[in-house]
Design a protein around this ligand. Structure first.
Ligand SMILES: Nc1ncnc2c1ncn2[C@@H]1O[C@H](COP(=O)(O)OP(=O)(O)O)[C@@H](O)[C@H]1O
Ligand SMILES: [Mg+2]
Length: 252
């Protein structure tokens, strides 16, 4: 059985005439890195909100490990672009917030904290206040704060889109490293085709109105350095095909 199953899901916001999502079917496994890409306003964030349990499908169902998702919980973590860290808490206290809410404060959690600080390059910032950090460092805290819960599903909603190229590339490496050690199911939204090609083992394309999944692509260029690929015709063709699928919404 897949970790996450989405069956025949439609979703319409209360008060809106048209559905935002239509006929969504998707199975995702643990230990997979999935990128969702599509035009702006197509329903990508809406889909993550349904998986998180912030909203519920109008029809169809979403299950995690066979169980219908009825409300948000730590098993499905979310990293937002604006991060929503607690500015008055230190780096360590931000990361420990989730476990504290669950009354977990055993040596295992302290151990996870130390490892996460090292993996995200934050060891020296452990006791720093959030307002002292750059945007890139804050995003590292946001990632660590989710990973400490070991959520079977971790979602990122354009989490790196506000970062400069070098910082974004560091974040990609950090995310891949964390994912490799936890082997969870990551679902990352991006509108950047090159980010999708680097980070997505599977690339899920949403398009059309109402939003639906128009393709799920196994990506042969996952984790490959773009500078080694730009001269490769097959890479160029794959990238162009994806751009075509992402293109402007069809059937409007
Ligand atoms: N809270 C809401 N109430 C009504 N409509 C919404 C709400 N949030 C988003 N929408 C609409 O749903 C559609 C999909 O939005 P969204 O999921 O945010 O798209 P994306 O993340 O792909 O840019 C858009 O047409 C948007 O206007
Ligand atoms: Mg969005």
């Amino acid at each position: 059985m897949s970790l996450l199953t989405i069956e025949n899901v439609d979703f319409k916001y209360a008060g809106s005439c048209d559905p935002s999502l239509k006929n969504i079917n998707l199975n995702l496994e643990s230990n997979s890195l999935n990128v969702v890409i599509g035009p702006s306003g197509i329903g990508k964030t809406t889909l993550l909100n349904l998986i998180a349990g912030y909203d519920h499908p109008s029809t169809g169902q979403i299950k995690m490990a066979g169980k219908a998702i009825d409300q948000p919980d730590w098993q499905r973590g979310m990293v937002f672009q604006d991060m929503a860290l607690f500015p008055w808490l230190t780096v360590a206290d931000n990361i420990l917030f989730g476990p504290k809410m669950r009354h977990l404060n055993d040596p295992e959690i302290q151990d996870r904290l130390a490892r996460l600080l090292a993996q995200t390059g934050l060891t020296d910032y452990r006791d720093a206040a959030i307002y002292e950090l750059s945007g890139g460092l804050k995003q590292r805290v946001a990632l660590a704060r989710e990973f400490i819960n070991r959520p079977p599903i971790l979602m990122l909603d354009e989490s790196f889109s506000a970062l400069d190229n070098a910082t974004r590339s560091d974040m990609h490496d950090i995310l891949l490293n964390l994912w490799e050690t936890t082997q969870n199911c990551v679902i990352a939204i991006t509108h950047d085709i090159d980010e999708a090609l680097f980070l997505g083992q599977n690339i899920i394309v949403i398009n059309q109105h109402p939003g639906t999944i128009v393709s799920v692509e196994a990506n042969p260029y996952f984790k490959k350095d773009i500078s080694d690929l730009s001269g490769e015709p097959a890479y160029g063709a794959f990238r162009r095909r994806l751009l075509g699928l992402i293109g402007k919404p069809k059937n409007r």
